[in-house]
Write a protein that binds this ligand. Sequence first.
Ligand SMILES: NC(=O)C1=CN([C@@H]2O[C@H](COP(=O)(O)OP(=O)(O)OC[C@H]3O[C@@H](n4cnc5c(N)ncnc54)[C@H](O)[C@@H]3O)[C@@H](O)[C@H]2O)C=CC1
Ligand SMILES: O=C(O)C1=NCCCC1
Length: 314
Amino acid sequence: MSSAPPVFISAADVERLLPRASLLLPGLEAALSNFSAGPAGGVEQPLRAVLRVRPYRGFLGVMPAYSAADDALSTKLVTFYEPRGDSAAPSHQATVLLFDPRCGALRAVLDGAVITAKRTAAVSAIATKLLMPRPAAVLCILGAGVQARSHYEAFTELFDFTEVRLWNRTEQRALQLASSVGGAVRVCGTVRDAVCGADVIVTVTMATAPILFGEWVKPGAHINAVGASRPDWRELDDALMKSSVLVVDSREAALAESGDVILSGAEIFAELGELLKGTKPAQPEKTTVFKSLGMAVEDTVAAKFVYDAWSAGN
Ligand SMILES: NC(=O)C1=CN([C@@H]2O[C@H](COP(=O)(O)OP(=O)(O)OC[C@H]3O[C@@H](n4cnc5c(N)ncnc54)[C@H](O)[C@@H]3O)[C@@H](O)[C@H]2O)C=CC1
Ligand SMILES: O=C(O)C1=NCCCC1
């Protein structure tokens, strides 16, 4: 075994080596299926530890995973802070450590922000492919931050929406995102206007109370609920949670971390990996919610993809 020092792969290099979230789709689909197969799937992933940085309304998450199918071992360290007007720092910052699983040596330290943005959007796209109504014409994104951009990029590459709508709590930020993406985006003044008649909705906000209400959602729509990753935070109201077919990335995580799941008491129908394996039906004709909390094995797959591309001299 070589004892070479670990390489550092910067955000710019991650972006260069992983230019599109869609490159992760095969690896992520396999990892999600393997995760939901239990011990036979070869994914080791404990519930993430989340430490509260109370005086600053911040959190530090530690996300380790091993994937036997990828023979990859990593841990992500991610901080996320509630919005503060006086801070110029991004709300989420992350680093992924990639180890040699054969001996435990640290091989690479990768910027985790781009990885988090792209793998999250790719997983939402996997859920959307299975759960969106057919046809699906209107995409609506609620939020205008990092995840809003990565979801816009992945979804407009992978699907044929005829209209994209965007809402943000501060309209100026939505206008900035809309003018920078290079495609037609309609900025809406209210969530209600944005979601009215939408086929696919993505919630990517830092909201702590519901912003999306079931009465506004078209029956049969598919919602990717990506924000609200604390047990007392919400993006979706009880009516929407309870009237939808609820799919999660991890049952264990959803029952421990998701305010939308815990506080609504909504019943979990399946893990996304179970839909991918075909052990549970997808039901795209119904109103569906994919509650995404983010899984460490998604970072493992993405970090290995980037490291392999770097090692190949790309
Ligand atoms: N499920 C997953 O795998 C992941 C989920 N996330 C979550 O996705 C969400 C978005 O993350 P980023 O885009 O990185 O954050 P960001 O800080 O870049 O963007 C957050 C957006 O939410 C808006 N916002 C802030 N407070 C709000 C409120 N009270 N109500 C409505 N909107 C509000 C902001 O204006 C901004 O447009 C966060 O909740 C984050 O924790 C982030 C990474 C992975
Ligand atoms: O999976 C992740 O990475 C995150 N999920 C929820 C919020 C922080 C980052």
